[in-house]
Design a protein around this ligand. Structure first.
Ligand code: CTP
Length: 416
């Protein structure tokens, strides 16, 4: 991996980033710009990366260092990426080692911008960032927070751990889902009560976004059916060329979107938290308080989208559900999961324990995946991205199993 460092005070944070990469077992070559050495010097980079460091295209000429580094890199991270370096990258400048390395490489590039808010918001920088994004460069941050001048706002370089995660995600993995058409629902539905109020839930949509991203990264074409999600949750998915996002706010809208997507998809994963009930009659006018009395709302059941998809599934189609359950023990979690899997009739059900502090809005998650024989096919604990990847592994396993069974003349979807 190549870590390019440009001249900003945030360079000190990249020392930790390089250390994290080295500790994770990566071979790291640091390419600082001349200016950046005012903030962190060559000897720090050499001792942390355990490789020699130069800023010049004229060193190591015999090995054509600028070409060799770029060609050999699996990934290039530029952190911090100053406004100047972003501009040079957008224009394709090659007058320093970082510029030539970038031009000589076809590896994924991740940049972590760091600059003052005004520079980040300037139309020139916006344009450069858009140009880089359009070329497939991954942009991490910048975060909103205190800046060096004592001011505060967007422009602070993201933390090394976040850059590391984005960087590792940018390295292409196996394209084992290539050719697969999938639909993933995410977020929480909102059922209107009147023009300003609704019944909703705490789902942030992060897990569904990660399921969609994991599929797209592994080569699938993804329709992401998004109910209501947290701020920024869909940002990365929106930039992925193999993901199209469709919005569906209520359970009924989501059902329509899911049934229409199911017609042409091989796999449907319902991650969305769908409201079980909606108000029987939505008021056209804002309800006002009625004296000191309480208020009763008449609720009617929403359609069970997942059960409908499972009931009407085409041959060879895989239907996957997600169940968030409250359970005291693992056995209770599995028992609840099995009952729900049977009730819904799905091929796979991912089950995770939730409570007031677990599951929602957090980055980390733990889940187990039940198959159509009620076996615990897999268990996973880690980030929502890890859960997403484990789920796709499970999908591949059951699809392979189904293919083998149908070749052998067995029923394609075994009953329990
Ligand atoms: N689901 C659905 N349509 C509904 C409710 C849920 O498609 N009306 C899907 C969810 O997207 C999820 C799975 O069913 O994949 C399990 O959701 P959950 O809320 O746990 O299921 P419920 O049927 O609502 O069960 P419970 O009685 O526990 O509320």
């Amino acid at each position: 991996m190549v870590v390019g460092v440009s001249g900003g005070v945030a360079a000190y944070k990249s020392v930790h980033l390089v250390r994290l990469l080295v500790l994770a077992g990566h071979e790291v070559h640091v390419v600082p710009t001349e200016d950046s050495l005012r903030f962190v010097g060559t000897s720090t980079w050499e001792s942390i990366s355990r490789n020699s460091v130069t800023t010049s295209v004229h060193d190591d000429v015999a090995q054509v260092r600028h070409v060799a580094l770029g060609q050999a890199a699996d990934l290039i991270i530029v952190a911090p990426a100053t406004a100047n370096t972003l501009a040079r990258m957008a224009a394709g400048f090659a007058d320093n080692l970082l510029g030539t390395t970038l031009l000589a490489s076809t590896a994924p590039v991740v940049v972590a911008p760091a600059m003052h808010t005004e520079m980040w918001s300037h139309p020139a920088t916006r344009h450069n960032v858009d140009t880089l994004r359009a070329r497939g460069v991954h942009v991490v941050g910048p975060a909103d927070g205190p800046l060096t001048g004592g001011d505060s706002g967007p422009g602070r370089m993201s933390e090394p751990e976040e850059i590391l995660q984005a960087a590792l995600a940018a390295v292409p993995g196996d394209a084992d889902l290539a050719g697969l058409q999938v639909a993933v629902s995410t977020g929480g539905t909102r059922e209107p009560i009147d023009p300003v109020r609704f019944l909703g839930n705490r789902s942030s949509g992060r897990q569904g976004a990660d399921v969609a991203l994991a599929a797209a990264r592994r080569g699938a074409d993804v329709r992401l059916l998004a109910a209501h999600v947290g701020d920024g949750v869909l940002a990365e998915a929106a930039r992925h060329p193999r993901i199209t996002i469709e919005h569906a706010g209520t359970a009924v809208e989501l059902r329509d979107a899911a049934l229409s997507a199911a017609v042409e998809t091989d796999v449907v994963v319902m991650v969305a938290a769908v409201a079980d009930y909606r108000v029987a009659e939505m008021s056209d006018r804002k309800l006002s308080k009625q004296g000191d009395e309480g208020l009763s709302l008449d609720l009617v059941q929403n359609p069970d989208i997942l059960a409908t998809l499972a009931r009407d599934r085409r041959e060879g189609q895989t239907i996957v559900g997600f169940a968030a359950e409250t359970a005291q023990t693992d056995d209770e979690l599995i028992a609840k999961g099995r009952a729900k899997r049977r009730r819904k009739g799905v091929d796979l059900l991912a089950v995770n324990a939730v409570g007031w502090t677990k599951g929602f809005e957090s980055v980390d998650n733990a889940a187990l995946v039940l198959d159509a024989q009620d076996n615990v096919l897999t268990r996973v604990q880690g980030s929502k991205r890890d859960v997403a990847n484990a789920l796709w592994d499970a999908v591949l396993t059951v699809r392979q199993r189904t293919r083998t069974e149908s070749t052998l003349g067995e029923p394609s979807l075994p009953e329990t």
